[in-house]
Design a binder for this molecule. Structure first.
Ligand SMILES: Cc1cc2nc3c(=O)[nH]c(=O)nc-3n(C[C@H](O)[C@H](O)[C@H](O)COP(=O)(O)OP(=O)(O)OC[C@H]3O[C@@H](n4cnc5c(N)ncnc54)[C@H](O)[C@@H]3O)c2cc1C
Length: 276
C-alpha cells in the first residue's frame, strides 16, 4: 500500500442547467437567480479522491472558490465522506475569469499545502473552459495528467490511463501531481450514513460546522487582490447570443431494404424526392 498524505479536490458550484438562470446586461450569468448544484464533472473528481483514500489512505480536503452559498455543495461533499472543506470566498473575487480563478486557487493551495494529489473535474458546465486544472498545475510547477479515466499508485508514482482521440494512453507521473478526471471514470457513489449523520450534526452545531467547512479570504491566503476579480481578469464577454433549442421527435424506421426504409422516411418528411 502506498502512503498518500493530503488529497485536495477542486469542486465548483454551478447553476443547475435544468432550471432557468438570468443573464446580466454584460452577458455574464446572473447566478443569484439560478438554482445551484455541484459541477457534474466534479462528481467524478470526488469519486476519484474517495477511492484513492480507500485504497491508499490520505485525508481529503475539498477546495471551492465561490460565494457563501457554495457551502451547500461542501455539505454535500461531507455527506459523501470527505474529511474537511475550505471555501475561498471574498467579494473581491467577483467577476473572476479563468486566469484570476486559477491564481486565487493557486494561492489557496499554497496556503494549505503539503499535498500529494489534486483532483479536478474535466471542465465546468458554466465556464466550460477546462483551463483551471492545467493552469493550477503550471502555477504549482507540478506534473498534470488530464482526461484521466483510470489510475493506480505504485512506488510513489501515479500510473494513469488518459482518454485520447480514438483510444487511450498510459502515462506515469511522480507525486505530487494534478489529475483532471474524465467523465468516463466511475460515478460518484451514494452519500454514506456516517456522512449524512455528520452533516445533520453540523447543521445543529455551528462551531463544528465552521471547523469542517472553513471559509477563508484573499488576505488569509496572501493573494494580491489586483490579480483577482474583475481587475485581474483580462477576459471580456464581447457578445452573447440566445441559442434556439432544436425541438423535434425521433422515430425508429424498420423495413425490408434500405431503399424502402429511406422512401418511408422521405414520405414522413418534407423532402420531396429521394434518388439513389
Ligand atoms: C468576464 C467574466 C466574468 C465572470 N464572473 C464570474 C463570477 O462572478 N462568478 C463566477 O462564479 N464565475 C464567473 N465567471 C466564470 C469564471 O471565470 C469561470 O467559471 C471560472 O474561472 C472557472 O473556469 P471554468 O468554469 O471554465 O472552469 P474549468 O476550467 O472548466 O474547470 C475545470 C475544473 O477546475 C475546478 N474549478 C474551476 N473553478 C473552480 C472554482 N471556482 N472552485 C473550485 N474548483 C474550481 C473544477 O474542478 C473544475 O471541474 C466569469 C467569467 C468571465 C469570462
Amino acid at each position: 500500500m502506498s502512503d498518500i498524505g493530503n488529497i485536495f479536490v477542486l469542486v465548483k458550484q454551478v447553476p443547475d442547467q435544468s432550471a432557468k438562470a438570468g443573464i446580466n446586461p454584460d452577458g455574464t450569468i446572473d447566478r443569484s437567480k439560478a438554482k445551484r448544484m455541484i459541477n457534474p464533472f466534479d462528481r467524478f473528481a470526488l469519486q476519484a479522491a474517495l477511492e484513492t483514500k480507500k485504497k491508499y489512505g490520505g485525508r481529503i480536503t475539498v477546495i471551492s472558490m465561490g460565494p457563501p452559498a457554495a457551502e451547500e455543495i461542501l455539505l454535500e461533499s461531507l455527506e459523501h465522506g470527505v474529511d474537511q472543506c475550505k471555501l475561498l470566498s471574498d467579494r473581491r473575487l467577483a467577476a473572476s475569469d479563468t486566469l484570476a480563478t486559477s491564481y486565487a486557487i493557486w494561492k489557496t493551495v499554497e496556503y494549505l499545502k503539503p499535498f500529494d494529489l489534486i483532483f479536478c473535474g474535466l471542465q465546468t458546465t458554466d465556464g466550460d473552459t477546462a483551463q483551471v486544472g492545467p493552469s493550477l498545475a503550471e502555477r504549482l510547477d507540478i506534473p498534470q495528467v488530464t482526461y484521466c479515466e483510470d489510475f493506480r499508485i505504485e512506488n510513489k508514482k501515479v500510473i494513469a490511463r488518459r482518454v485520447i482521440e480514438g483510444g487511450y494512453q498510459w502515462v506515469s507521473s511522480s507525486l505530487p501531481c494534478l489529475i483532471t478526471v474524465a467523465n468516463s471514470y466511475h460515478h460518484l457513489e451514494y452519500k454514506n450514513i456516517r456522512g449524512a449523520k455528520l452533516v445533520q450534526e453540523l447543521l445543529r452545531n455551528k462551531d463544528k460546522k465552521d471547523e469542517l467547512i472553513k471559509t477563508i479570504n484573499l488576505d488569509q491566503v496572501n493573494a494580491d487582490p489586483i490579480l483577482c476579480g474583475l481587475k485581474g481578469s483580462p477576459t471580456i464577454v464581447a457578445k452573447t447570443d440566445k441559442v434556439a433549442e432544436i425541438g423535434g421527435s425521433c422515430f425508429l424506421q424498420q423495413g425490408e431494404s434500405v431503399d424502402s426504409m429511406v422512401q418511408e422516411v422521405v414520405s414522413k418528411t418534407n423532402i420531396l424526392e429521394f434518388t439513389r
